[in-house]
Design a protein. Structure first.
Length: 235
């Protein structure tokens, strides 16, 4: 992702409906882990950018490190008071088996050798450790937005599962996200000439927030969405 996009993301992520709900998804996943008896431990947030997800981890008692490939992203995370390392997700400068949790939200689609990044997630997790992964789905939604933000691909359930399982992780849950707004996203992407990471009016932001939060309570996770979410463990 270009430096300007990272700075734009950092400025938007506190208020933008998409980033706020994605943080809420992470928070719910962390609460489920706690309810299942998994204590908060060491965590890595791959592709932290502005550090929104890293701060969620910290708020839930985890000891997170933000990882960024770009200098700009690492600087943004450091400016926000986060522990940060600059590195390539395909070659993590971390010991094997030392992490309790790895979060990789909207990262794999940026990497040509996504299987190498998935392999590094497996290597750095302890046995029984958890990976939380999110990716954009469906090449039918491919647009100028994907090009602008540096995507290499969009995934299907089958291709995402294949990458994760090839790395040695066991998929525990896989579901669609941003289902209700998929028709809006498809329409907008057909007209897109660049990144969708733009500010919007408070009224539109509130309306989209209401729609995406409503999705939490509806049985739509098996329907086509804009993103895929996955929980996996290292056996």
């Amino acid at each position: 992702m270009e430096a300007t996009e990272i700075r734009k993301l950092a400025a938007l992520e506190d208020t933008h409906w998409w980033y706020r709900e994605r943080r809420a998804l992470l928070a719910r996943a962390l609460r489920r882990l706690a309810a299942a008896g998994t204590p908060a431990g060491t965590a890595l947030d791959i592709g932290a950018a502005g550090g929104g997800n890293t701060r969620v981890l910290r708020a839930h008692g985890w000891r997170p490190v933000a990882l960024e490939y770009s200098q700009e992203g690492a600087e943004v995370a450091a400016e926000r008071g986060l522990d940060v390392i600059r590195a390539d997700a395909r070659n993590l400068p971390l010991p094997s088996g030392g992490l309790d949790l790895v979060v990789a939200f909207d990262i794999l689609e940026h990497i040509d050798e996504d299987h190498l990044a998935a392999g590094e997630i497996h290597r750095t997790l302890r046995p029984g450790g958890t990976a939380l992964i999110a990716v954009p789905c469906d090449m039918k939604l491919w647009s100028a937005h994907d090009v602008a933000v540096g995507h290499v691909r969009r995934y299907t359930r089958e291709t995402l599962t294949a990458v994760v399982e090839k790395a040695g992780l066991v998929v525990e849950d896989l579901w669609s996200w941003n289902v209700l707004l998929r028709p809006v996203a498809a329409w907008r992407r057909r007209k897109s000439t660049g990144s969708d990471l733009n500010d919007m009016s408070a009224l539109v932001n509130t309306a989209l927030t209401a729609i995406i939060t409503t999705e939490r309570y509806l049985p739509v996770k098996s329907l086509p969405g804009v993103s895929l979410m996955l929980t996996a463990r290292r056996p």
